[in-house]
Each structure stands twice: as structure tokens, then as C-alpha cells.
Design a protein around this ligand. Sequence first.
Ligand code: MGD
Ligand code: MGD
Ligand code: MO
Length: 766
Amino acid sequence: MTTDAPTFLSHSAHWGVFLAAWDGQTLSVKPNPDDPDPNPLIQNFPSALRHRARVTTPMVRKGWLERGPGPDPMRGRDDYVAMPWPEVLDRVAAELRRVKDAHGAGAVFGGSYGWSSAGRFHHAQSQVHRFLNTSLGGYVRSVNSYSAGASGPMLPHVIGTMEEVARRNVTWEQIVEHTDVVLAFGGMALKNSRVASGGISRHVERDAMRDAAARGCRFVNISPIRGDLPDEARFEWLPVVPNSDTALMLALVHQVVTDGAHDRGFIDRYCDGWGPFEDYLLGRTDGLPKSCAWAAPLCGIAEDELVALARSLVGKRTLVVVSHSLQRAEHGEQPVWMGAVLAAALGQLGLPGGGYNYALGTLAHYGKRNNAVPAAALPQGSNGVKDFIPVARISDMLLNPGTPFDYNGQRRLYPHIRLAYWAGGNPFHHHQDLQRLSRAFATLDTFIVHEIAWTATARHADIVLPCTMTLEREDIGATQTDPMMVAMHRIAEPHGASRDDYDIFCDLANRLGALEAFSEGRTSREWLVHLYERTRAALQQLGQGAPSFDEFWARGHLMLPQREDDGGILRAFRADPAGAPLPTPSGKVQVSSPTVAAFGYEDCPGHPAWLAPWHAPTAEHPLWLVANQPHTKLHSQLDFGAHSQASKRRGREVCTLHPQAAAARGIHEGDIVRLFNEIGACLASAHLSDAIREDVVQLPTGAWYDPVVDAQGRTMCAHGNPNVLTRDVGTSSLAQGCAGQLSTVQIERFEGVLPKIRAYEPPGGG
Ligand SMILES: Nc1nc2c(c(=O)[nH]1)N[C@H]1C(S)=C(S)[C@@H](COP(=O)(O)OP(=O)(O)OC[C@H]3O[C@@H](n4cnc5c(=O)[nH]c(N)nc54)[C@H](O)[C@@H]3O)O[C@H]1N2
Ligand SMILES: Nc1nc2c(c(=O)[nH]1)N[C@H]1C(S)=C(S)[C@@H](COP(=O)(O)OP(=O)(O)OC[C@H]3O[C@@H](n4cnc5c(=O)[nH]c(N)nc54)[C@H](O)[C@@H]3O)O[C@H]1N2
Ligand SMILES: [Mo]
């Protein structure tokens, strides 16, 4: 008997373009053969496809079924009852109609933040938004992201939109050719830059850093963790105290200014508001010069090192990079603004390989050329509800309806939400203070979730609708900065009774009398053809031949033309400040902002400033917690996959601390430890390393929330989810962004009976 070798077909994920084959038993994956540095995260797929953590059938929470819609603290610990599709969809449609009739569409929260899967059509968040717009008349939305919650609103006041400054600016090619010094605040870890929403065909960062370093480019990793730059960059490490970067940058500028080495010509011509900033910098306003001597104790770097670093930058092609992580913290607006001012003081903005590239290296989108034709996207329709929240204010909204909040110069009210609809995100991964989030979700009448797997979010839902994972459907993979558009073939049949998000919404829209508006009469395949047609038309406008959809589908990909590597708006502005002004209120780099000053926020004044974090280590919680992105998965996705599981020890996530911090607490390599502070606790396995500051413990995000009650009656996460330890505060009144990257904790050996990990076991009752 002979068996045919399974056929490998093209597909794409946020962690790269790949090929996959499924023979009904075994899934095999291999990266795009042209990828110089493929992302190992694709290895989470094979064991995940048919894992027991997948949701197999629609499920309804017992308490909701018995008592009907209404606030319920049982969310998160209840049993579930299986229900056939037609009946469950009838109930969802009826509940949507009830809430709309009784309270209006403004009582529905449809922000549905989350990364879902690659693929432009089955992008779950776009699907929810389109469904709620067309079938309900709208929903309360969320603005900005967990990624860039502070920089998103801040950068337009200062220099230009986040997109321009992060995505259409300095490229890796320019760095290889031109850059003398890269100051990488927060580093540029390859684990991060090998991820990009939508998928990338070639991961070039490792080679670019190697080539730049070989030419003599100097990389400086300014971060509490050494591993935030790869060895290929041959970097120097400045182990900075967390949340002190603004002080460090101020000190660099102070030194350059007092040496008279700042680029006055550049500042006069291209910046405004230098005067008030300089008064602050030199201490004329507060009697406190922001010198290297001043900054040294704040940022944990010796004064003479800071002076030497400042002087070494003058006259050099310097690129300032500020990672997303720095602004995912209290006063996160400040390092974003100050990074631009540092680059301006050195006169580097707009030069090839120089200046300021916010967020370079945090995702594979950045540092690339942009495509000359737009990527396909599902139109979302128009939203009849005007209320919104900054995305990370979800618990505040649910717990405090009707109360005011500040945002970017506005004062608004939190709406009263009765129903939340989520598809493609995991708030019990992404949000802070998870016990508070659990209380917030208890206030709802109804919580509906589409999921591929039994995440903690699904376990808090009243209705869980099982959806296909990416490998089980067709889609188009495309991003703005990768030339390869990918035909994402269906690799396997849907798991259990799972259905595409799109088909679920079609059936609901039909029940709500809005099928035509939602679907425009197209099947999924017809939508792909429709979306492809737009790319094809754009290519034809450029005078380029474009294959038919069928040819594209059969070939598996299409290479798109890219724009010139022209340095974006900053290069154009440098060449012609009057003709190509920056998209800021004054058209220049705003070292001070009268707009921001007029907001009158104490926590975000009119020029970048050193503002001590509200929460810094204390005697009780003496260590900084760095809760950064995980190496072995994307956020919480496929945490049950073999690649992620292999990194755990005794089933727990691994935290890293310095040997001296460990010795002081009697902690040894591999011990199970308990991390705790005033809001929560979790277990983790301890790893000792001297590549981290002594006052820092690092625990990545992504372990599925697994609450257990300990012997003292306190809830802790048995698995190692750091968001039980992060505080639910906004970055400032201006952006109200997520501040979850950092917290403060104490850590001790765990002596009790080790609780079992239950996070991947489907809940009872089904
Ligand atoms: N402490 C701390 N917290 C953080 C951060 C931090 O640095 N520190 N980082 C933050 C950042 S930058 C981000 S972006 C967020 C990420 O937060 P999220 O984007 O919410 O995290 P994911 O795990 O990617 O969640 C995506 C969910 O979608 C599901 N899914 C996948 N495909 C589909 C699909 O086709 N349909 C449906 N319906 N569902 C699907 C997955 O199973 C998964 O549960 O986390 C934030 N949280
Ligand atoms: N493998 C993997 N890659 C990812 C993701 C993932 O989940 N997994 N998520 C993706 C997403 S959605 C995003 S938005 C990006 C996020 O990109 P980032 O937010 O930049 O990534 P992090 O790994 O959280 O943080 C980078 C480093 O910043 C350092 N750091 C933390 N606080 C400070 C500080 O105060 N000062 C300084 N100087 N350094 C500090 C930490 O040591 C940390 O390792 O990553 C993307 N890439
Ligand atoms: Mo993110």
C-alpha cells in the first residue's frame, strides 16, 4: 500500500508566510523557503489544530440559561450547556434585539480589541464591527491600541502620526548603509520583530543588524534586560532602571546643550517651542538642571557614562529608537515625545538612517518599504453610535457607567454597557488587574464571544460560539509593508461544529433582517475575489499586468510593487519645511505644544518632562516587574501548542531574576516562586540570569489565566499570567493608554501544594 505525500499549500500567520499540509492525522508546517530568518512560532500550529482546548460546539453558560440576562458574579466559574447552532443563534439575535430596543445600540460594546488571525477578510474585529454597524446601527467602540496606547494620540501633537513615524520612515536598508549609532530604548528584540499583523514573507532584521554592525554601526541597548538586542548587533548594554528613560534622554540633551553642541540651525529652522523646553531643561523654571548628575541616580547609570554617551553622539548619524514598551507604562507619553526632541537636538531628523524611528524593531512592519498598492481590507460600514473609550479603559467603563473621564483634551462620560460582543481578542490576556476585569464583566447583562479555544475570556462569556481557526478557511494575506500577497489556502476541515466568523454573522444578520447589508450577497470566496479585484485594479492603474484571481490562487502568491525608500514625511520636511510641513498644529517639530499645555493636565504638561511613576518599588514590593511580550507565542495565542509548552517548567511560565535577588530570597534555579503585590499573585518557575538588572524580575505575558484560591482564601494565577499583578491605570489624562508593561512586586519561594494547571481543560457541564 502506498500513501500519497500530503500536498503543501500556502498560508500565512502573524508570525510569517508558511506552507502547510494535513493528512487528516498530522499537520506539517514549513516556512516560506525564501525567508532568511523564519519565526519558530509556526511550530505551535501542528499540536494546536485538534487540541482538546478547542471549542467544538456552541455553549451557553448555565447561570445565563437559568436566570436570563443580568449581572452575575458566576461569570468565569460557571458550567456550560451545549446548544445546536439554530437555537443558539436565535437566542443571540433575540438578545441583541432586546438590548437594542430597551437601551439602544449605545448599550452594546463592540470594541472587540485583539489580534485574531492574519487574513484580510476573516479579520474577526472587522467582521464584528461590520456586523454591528449593518445589523444593529452601531456600537460603542474603542480607540487606539494596547500596542501604542500613549504614542498613538501623542505623536500627532509633536511630529506626525504613529503610522508615518513608525512605518514610513527609516528602513533597515538605510541603517545598513548610513547609521553610525542606534540608540535603542527598549532594545529591538528579534522575538518581537519576527511578528507582524497580517504576516511577513521575509524576516530581515537579524541580517540587517549584523551587516550594519559589520560596517561599524554602534548599537546601544538601553533596557533593563540584555537580551533585548541580538548578539548579531554586537551591542553595548546600558541597564537602565525601568520607566526612567525620559530622565536619561533629558540628561543627554542637557549635556549636549551645555557643551554648546546642539544643532541650533536645525532647531531654529525646523522646531518650535524650544525656548520653554530649554528653560525647563536647564532648571530656569524649577531650579533643577536636568544634568547627567541629576539623572544618574534616577536611571541607574553612572554620570560619567551618560556624559560620554552624550558626547559620543555629536556629529554622528544617530538614530533614536523608542520601543512600544516604553510608552506602555505610567507617563508613557513622555519618552515618546522626548525621543523626538533628542533626535531634533542632534539635528538628525530626516537624514538617511538618522533621526527618530519610533517603534522600529518592535514589529516586522517597521523599517520596510511600503507597497505601491493598498492592501485588501473589509469595509466596516458606518457606526451610528458616537461614544467611545480609549481601549484600555474597559474595566473603568463597565464599573463606572455615567462617570467622566479625560482623553486628549476632551471630557467624556462612560456609557452604560449591557452587552459586550468579542471576536478575535482575549481581554483576559491583554488587560491589567484581571481580578478587577472579572468584576467588570460581571456587571454585564450578556457577554458573547466567538473563540477557537477555551480562553479565560471564553470562560467569562454567556454564549461561546466556536469559530474556525485560520487553517480551516480561505483568505488573502497582505500587509502594507510586505511585497508578497498570499493566497491562504484551506488546509484542514473545520474542527467539530466550528464555523467561520463570517458565516455566523451572516446567520445572525439574517435573523435581524440585515443579511443583504452585511453580506452584500457574497460568499466568503466571492468576497476574496472582490477584495482581490481592488488590488488588481490598482496594479492596472500603475500600468502593471495583474493575474486573474484564479491564477493568483493557483500560484499561491503575488509580488506587489513597492514605493521608493524615500524617508517619508521627515525627509520631505527637511528638504522643504515650507512646502512639506509636518502634520502637526504648527507644521514643525513641536518641542513644546501649546495645544497640550492648554489641556492643563498635570500628568502630561506642555513639553516633555520627567514625571516620576506613580508606582515605583517600595520596601513591600521592592522589585520592578517587566511583563513583556513572550518568546514562544504571540500574546496568548496557541499557548497550548507544543512550541509554547516546551518553554514551560512544571507547567508554569518561567520568570527571570538576577542571582543576587534570588539569593537574598533563598530562591534557586527551577524553584516555583510566588510573585505578589497588593492587587494579586501568581506562580512561576524561577530562572536565574545576570543579564537582567538586580531590581527587576521579568515574566512575559501569554500564560492563560488560571485562577485558584489558596489556603488563605486569596485568588492567585497558578500558571503565571503577569496581568494579575499589573495595575489598571491609564498612562495619563492625555492618552489613557495601557500601562501594563511594568509593575512592582515581591517574590518568594512557593512552599504549598502545587495546584494543577486547568487552563486548557474545557469547562464542565458540556
Ligand atoms: N502586562 C502586559 N499586558 C499586555 C501587554 C504587555 O506588554 N504587558 N501587551 C499588550 C499588547 S501590545 C497587545 S497587542 C495585547 C494583545 O492582546 P490580544 O490581541 O487580545 O491577544 P491575543 O492572544 O492575540 O488574542 C487573540 C484571540 O483571538 C483568538 N482568535 C484567533 N483567530 C481567531 C479567529 O479567526 N476568530 C476569532 N473569533 N478568534 C480568533 C485567539 O484564540 C485569541 O484568544 O496585549 C496587551 N497586554
Ligand atoms: N514573540 C512575540 N513577538 C511579539 C509579540 C508577542 O506577543 N510575541 N507581540 C507583538 C506586539 S502586538 C507588539 S505591540 C510588539 C510590542 O513591542 P514592545 O512593547 O516593544 O515589546 P516588549 O517585549 O513588551 O518590550 C520590549 C522590551 O522593553 C524593555 N523595557 C520594558 N520597560 C522598559 C523601560 O521602562 N525602559 C526601557 N528602556 N526598556 C524597557 C523590556 O526589557 C522588554 O523586553 O511586539 C510584537 N512582537
Ligand atoms: Mo501590541
